[in-house]
Design a protein. Sequence first.
Length: 173
Amino acid sequence: MSSKSPANPVVLLVAPDAAAWEVLRAAGELLDQFELTWERGSSAGPDPSEVGRRCETWKAVIVASPDAGAPANWSRQTKLLTIRVPVESGDRTGLALLDDGSGQMPAGSDDSVFATMAIGTAGAKNAALFVVAALALRDEIVRAKWLAFRQRQTASVLAELTPRLDSDNPDLP
C-alpha cells in the first residue's frame, strides 16, 4: 500500500484470491507512482457499515473478477467509479471471461454501471490509469502528475520511432 496516507485510501483493490491479487498488484504499483493511496479489500462484497464510513475517502474500486457479478454488486451498492479487470478462474479463461454480458449491459442497467478493462495484468494497469485520468479531472495535483506521465509516454514513443523515420536507416525499404 502506498505510504502517503494509509488512513485515507483513495482506491480500493478487490480480488477473490491470491492469483487475482497478483494481477491487481500491477494496479497498486501504478497508483503508487502517482502517489495515490489504495487498500486491498475483500471480494465478498461491500459491508454496508464499512462502505458508509469509508466511501468519503474511496473514489474508485478496481475489482478483479472472472465474471460481472462482483463488480456489479460494488457498483450498485457503493455508487463508486467501479472498474472490472477480468481474471482467469477455473474454466473461465480467454474470451469466455468477456462473454458474461458485462460489455453488453444497457446503460443504467440495474444501477450497476462499471467499466470492463482488458484481461489480466494489462487490464489492471489500464484500470489504474483510468482511475488516475478520472481523478485528474477534479484534482490539480493529480492532473499535473497525469500530464507529466503522458508527456513521458509520448517522448518515449517518439524516441522509438525516430530511428525508423531516419532516411539513412538501411532497414527501411
